[in-house]
Design a protein around this ligand. Structure first.
Ligand code: F6P
Length: 359
């Protein structure tokens, strides 16, 4: 008997179900023994509190195109892993107990950075774990792409497309805030795909004077409207220059005054006399169906993870590097973020095209 467990952890994304389908189909098609499948509910919470369902291939039939996660998800912060919950439950021992009680041969963890750190911890505790790189943010170190990222780019791009028509009618400046946590992958890609005039990302701190100059130049060149795609984590040059403690204080002060960075920027741009509006696609960037690219990558991740499990190899994250599927040891991935390289070809090309990064 081969007993496998699945869980989806952290913020959801569009291709979680497609990935699980890839794992389950491949295992069922290729295992030399009967397979038992356990789906843990709401991420690590299901493992901690032994909340699971036994599943069959039918549970994964028709889910390729279905966004969200059929298992449910939740955030179980890594830094609180060794702090007992309000109910006194010790999380790591409880997870080990559930794993051993079910006599699992492998636990598949579909998660982002925090969830992968927990996966590493469980692997260090002796469990057979395989992690799969989920997040719309694409900030997972060790892989060129994460599932969720392609679909999120698509949603944000469509949002920019739609904002453009109304921005054009009214001759307005729109500041569109795009997700990505501490990195700028989605705003960079969606900004280029959606024809933004200015793209502001955390990796390239901006100077507000340069942002305004870029808008005015576009206006002088005959552009009636302008689109600023700003990462939710973007920072100004002044903020970036502050020592860590002061920097945190400055961000907290900004958060007291404005609901998010787009509003702070809009206020500064409006001082030029231009009519400015804010647009925030928010969680729609994680919602809806996975696009074709995501479905293919998610399926590849699932197939590779299942292949590893059938070979009896554990303790790594599935990745794609230079267009090749591979396995990166968990100890190498679990503590780093993957940032946009400000000197990358894509940033250089965007600048040559005339997009301002405000630097
Ligand atoms: O990590 C995915 C993400 O959507 C980030 O882009 C964003 O900063 C965060 O999650 C939002 O978290 P929550 O779903 O808890 O609001």
């Amino acid at each position: 008997m081969l007993r496998i467990g699945l869980l989806t952890s952290g913020g959801d994304c569009q291709a979680l179900n497609a990935t699980m389908r890839g794992i389950v189909k491949t295992i069922l098609n290729n295992a030399k023994e009967p397979v038992e499948i356990y789906g843990f509910e709401d991420g690590y919470q299901g493992l901690i509190y032994s909340r699971f369902r036994t599943m069959t291939w039918q549970d994964f039939s028709g889910v390729l195109t279905q966004g969200g996660t059929i298992l449910g998800t939740s955030r179980t912060p890594f830094k609180l892993l060794d702090t007992p919950g309000a109910d006194g439950v010790e999380k790591v021992p409880a997870m080990l107990q559930t794993y051993h009680k079910l006599q699992l041969d492998c636990l598949f963890v579909l998660g982002g950075n925090g969830s992968t750190k927990t996966a590493r911890r469980l692997s260090d505790e002796g469990l057979n774990v395989i992690a799969l790189p989920k997040t719309i943010d694409n900030d997972t170190w060790g892989t060129d792409v994460t599932f969720g990222f392609p679909s999120a780019i698509d949603v944000a791009t469509r949002y920019l497309d739609e904002i453009k028509t109304t921005a054009s009618s009214h001759g307005r400046v729109f500041v569109v805030e795009i997700m990505g946590h501490k990195v700028g992958w989605i705003p960079l890609y969606a900004g280029i795909a959606g024809g933004a005039d200015v793209i502001l990302i955390p990796e390239i701190p901006y100077d507000i004077d340069n942002v305004i100059k870029a808008i005015e130049k576009r206006n002088a060149d005959g552009g009636r409207f302008a689109i600023v795609a700003v990462a939710e984590g973007a920072i100004s040059k002044e903020e970036a220059a502050l020592p860590k403690k002061e920097y945190k204080k400055a961000l907290a002060k900004r958060a007291e005054k404005y609901p998010s960075i787009a509003y702070a920027l809009a206020e500064q741009i409006a001082k030029t006399g231009r009519e400015v509006r804010v647009g925030i696609p928010g969680h729609t960037q994680r919602g809806g169906r996975p696009d074709a690219e995501d479905r293919i990558f998610a399926t590849q991740c699932g197939v590779e993870a299942a292949r590893g499990c059938l070979e009896g190899k554990f303790g790594y994250m599935i990745a794609k590097v230079n267009n090749k599927m591979c396995r990166v040891p968990l100890k190498e991935v679990a503590d780093k973020l993957k940032y946009v390289d400000p000197k990358s070809d894509l940033v250089r090309e965007a600048k040559l095209l005339g997009i301002s990064f405000g630097d």
